[in-house]
Ligand binder design. Sequence first.
Ligand code: SF4
Ligand code: SF4
Length: 70
Amino acid sequence: MMFINEECINCSACVDECDSDAIYNAGEEYELNGETKEALSEDYSFIVPEKCNDCKNCVEVCAVDAIEEK
Ligand code: SF4
Ligand code: SF4
């Protein structure tokens, strides 16, 4: 699964890049199965695991290598 670490500078490049709508800005609510959920991080952009298909397109656009697989 893909994870955004504390190197993130909240530039939003990956948020725009993700075709699966799996990445959100820090503190942003998201929708899953019709339900509104609280942000998974208040400090950094975050990836919703249930929405991510591991395409890794986001990794390419991150200038600070903050997106890793774990
Ligand atoms: S790996 Fe692909 S689907 Fe997952 S968050 Fe990155 S761009 Fe989105
Ligand atoms: S993970 Fe990288 S591309 Fe995404 S918001 Fe953070 S710094 Fe920008």
